[in-house]
Design a protein around this ligand. Structure first.
Ligand SMILES: *Cc1c(COP(=O)(O)O)cnc(C)c1O
Length: 433
């Protein structure tokens, strides 16, 4: 499948329709419940509901809870759900079964792994008292790191992506990065960055919020140390779905994580007064987990893993790049002259599964005008300096097709040409952007 036309011929709607006909993954869309009249380019913020989810959730509520009540901890396998769902996530991130649990939120899991990493560094290299991260990392990651630094008298150093290599010095305990930047869609080379950090004696913590289910991730091969990620974005687990946590098995049993609750205990039902961490990743659990949400996340994973017989993450990646290439090409071809810029890298190896356009004026209102037309993307505010306001479009290859890309760009062209984004109702800011 390719989306390039010969001799710079402009891409047409008919080309896009033929790309859909040749798409070996087009049947995966049937696993999802897409509202009609909507082109959903926000799966990087909240994934689409799988068709299987409502019945599964209803069954967990009515039968497992309503009828079987407390027996379901054993009978329905509730107690093992975080590990069972974690094993499915492991298949998508280059980890092994038994190394991942689905639990808590990304922020909370980050607190656990960052604490464990700092404990490890404190033992192995006590003079290292610095965490390095990217200034444009997702803010919650920075807040968690800032709080931990405050608690321990450490320093959080924030750098631009091009300055990361120079920041890897003998003062640094942990390099904490998000693999694919939420704002620009720029992707790090996980193996190369991890290896550069290790060469300087630095541990790595990777946030996979915009990677898991979107791009191939190879945690074991990259020799990464710790990773966390999100269940409600590309994994389609539903609003507030449990997140996940992975720890390199070389490190897992070395330290407790700080939220030492009973679900991370080796024998929770022995009810002993002292804490004895469970071996393996189970020690990264804290308290009782949300079974209804875990069931919904399980459905999201099944829909993603349905791609395995069709080539899995590698095939999804190929389609994702074809979709984002097409979007970039069509915006250049059909929306030039309106002051749009591109914030996402053109180079495939540096691009996640989203495309961000910049616009000096009206980015928020253009996104609102598009949403009113059924093209759902989102807006992220700039910082007034390095980063401009962006229009952000996520392309989930499981359910987005090439004709969707054509139609989205056509709506964008019409919104820009007509100037309808200047209408007052599109310039009212909502609480959630
Ligand atoms: C979405 C996202 C989060 C979300 O964290 P929550 O604890 O689930 O609210 C964290 N980090 C990154 C990089 C994200 O993209």
């Amino acid at each position: 499948m390719t989306t390039t036309t010969h001799n710079n011929t402009p891409v047409t709607l008919a080309h896009c329709q033929s790309f859909d006909q040749q798409d070996p993954l087009s049947s995966l869309r049937d696993f999802f419940s897409l509202p009609s009249g909507v082109i959903y380019l926000d799966g990087n913020s909240l994934g689409v509901m799988p068709k299987a989810t409502p019945a599964r959730v209803a069954d967990v509520v009515a039968r497992e809870w309503g009828t079987d009540l407390i027996q379901s901890w054993n009978k329905a396998g509730w107690f093992q759900m975080p590990q069972k769902v974690g094993d499915k996530i492991a298949r998508l991130i280059g980890a092994n079964a038994g190394e991942v649990v689905a639990t808590d939120s990304t922020s909370i899991n980050l607190f656990k792994v960052l604490s464990a990493a700092l404990n490890m560094a404190a033992e192995d290299a006590p003079r290292r008292k610095r965490i390095v991260s990217e200034r444009s990392n997702f803010p919650t990651d920075l807040y968690i790191a800032e709080a931990l630094c405050k608690e321990r008298g450490y320093e959080l150093m924030l750098v631009e992506p091009e300055d990361i290599a120079a920041a890897l010095t003998a003062e640094v305990a942990v390099l904490m990065l998000t693999h694919v930047n939420y704002r620009t869609g720029a992707m790090h080379d996980m193996a190369a960055v991890t290896s550069a950090a290790h060469a300087e004696g630095i541990l790595t913590v990777w946030d996979l919020a915009h990677s898991a289910g979107a791009v191939p991730v190879k945690l074991t091969a990259a020799k990464a140390d710790f990773a966390v990620g999100c269940g409600y974005k590309y994994l389609n687990g539903g609003p507030g779905a449990p997140a996940f946590v992975w720890v390199n098995p070389l490190h897992t049993n070395r330290f407790w994580q700080p939220l030492a609750g009973w679900w991370g205990h080796a024998t929770p039902f022995a009810f002993t007064p002292d804490y004895q961490p469970a071996p393996g990743i189970t020690r990264y659990m804290c308290g009782t987990q949300p079974m209804i949400s875990l069931a919904a996340l399980d459905c999201g994973l099944d829909a993603t893993l349905a791609a395995e017989p069709l080539g899995g993450m590698d095939a999804l990646r190929k389609k994702s790049l074809a979709l984002t290439d097409l979007f970039i090409q069509l915006v250049e071809q059909r929306c030039s002259g309106y002051g749009l810029g591109l914030a996402t890298p053109q180079t495939h190896a540096q691009r996640g599964s989203q495309v961000c356009l910049t616009k000096d004026e009206g980015a928020y209102a253009i996104v609102q005008a598009l949403i009113a037309r059924g093209v759902v993307g989102d807006y992220r505010a700039g910082d007034g300096e390095r980063h401009k306001d962006i229009l952000r479009f996520g392309f989930t290859p499981l359910y987005i097709g090439f004709e969707d890309v054509w139609n989205a760009v056509e709506h964008l062209r019409q919104v820009l040409e007509s100037g309808e984004w200047q209408r007052p109702e599109f310039n009212q800011k909502h609480a959630v952007t």
